[in-house]
Design a protein around this ligand. Structure first.
Ligand SMILES: O=P(O)(O)OC[C@H]1O[C@H](OP(=O)(O)OP(=O)(O)O)[C@H](O)[C@@H]1O
Ligand SMILES: Nc1ncnc2[nH]cnc12
Length: 177
């Protein structure tokens, strides 16, 4: 039976800053069937379209992205915060809903001909996902699809991704920031 995934996500007001409604997925992943259904729903939406790799964004994107990669039978590529990957990297700065950061990908991990699905827990301003799309494209691979558990629909991330030619799948929508 299909669960109400939204009801498994906890909202914590004023974290990490006053005015932010933090959508906490720890309560979703603690629920075995909620976690399984989240991963399977993202995988199911992307079967049969030639995806060769799933890329997940540190840290919460690793939780869902690794599961989606296993469910789809493809490899997993970590996109990590600056300074964590041991090989030669490509890097991209980006603005968060609450801060600034840099993400990196291994420079030699993908080739032209690879078709990547980007997975993260949540899209808000889209800064993180757009930086990840830019990194993936700089490797020479193709990215046309992204899957999120949560879309904060009052923020512009979803539209910014679509403007980049990315088809977006999200499982739960929240209004408000
Ligand atoms: O659409 P945006 O405005 O860019 O925000 C979404 C990003 O913010 C959160 O990650 P965060 O950087 O807080 O890191 P974490 O996963 O390590 O907690 C979330 O997991 C997304 O990656
Ligand atoms: N409101 C929010 N809740 C949880 N994670 C986030 N990442 C960016 N905005 C967020």
């Amino acid at each position: 039976m299909s669960l109400d995934l939204k009801s498994l996500i906890r909202t914590i007001p004023d974290y990490p800053k006053k005015g932010i409604l933090f959508r906490d997925i720890t309560t979703l992943i603690e629920h075995p069937e909620g976690f399984r259904q989240s991963v399977e729903a993202i995988a199911a939406a992307h079967r049969g379209i030639g995806i060769t790799h799933v890329a997940g964004i540190e840290a919460r994107g690793f939780i869902f992205g690794a599961g989606v990669a296993i469910a789809m039978g493809v490899g997993f590529i970590p996109i990590r915060k600056k300074g964590k990957l041991p090989g030669q990297t490509l890097g991209q700065n980006y603005a968060l809903e609450y801060g600034v950061d840099t993400i990196e990908i291994h420079a030699d991990v993908l080739d032209a001909g690879d078709r990547v699905l980007l997975v993260d827990d949540l899209i808000a301003t889209g800064g993180t996902a757009l930086a990840a799309v830019s990194l993936i494209r700089r490797t020479g691979a193709t990215i046309e699809h992204a899957g999120f558990v949560i879309d904060l629909v009052d923020l512009p991330g979803g539209q910014r991704l679509r403007d980049q030619g990315i088809a977006l799948t999200s499982l739960v929508e929240f209004e408000g920031h």
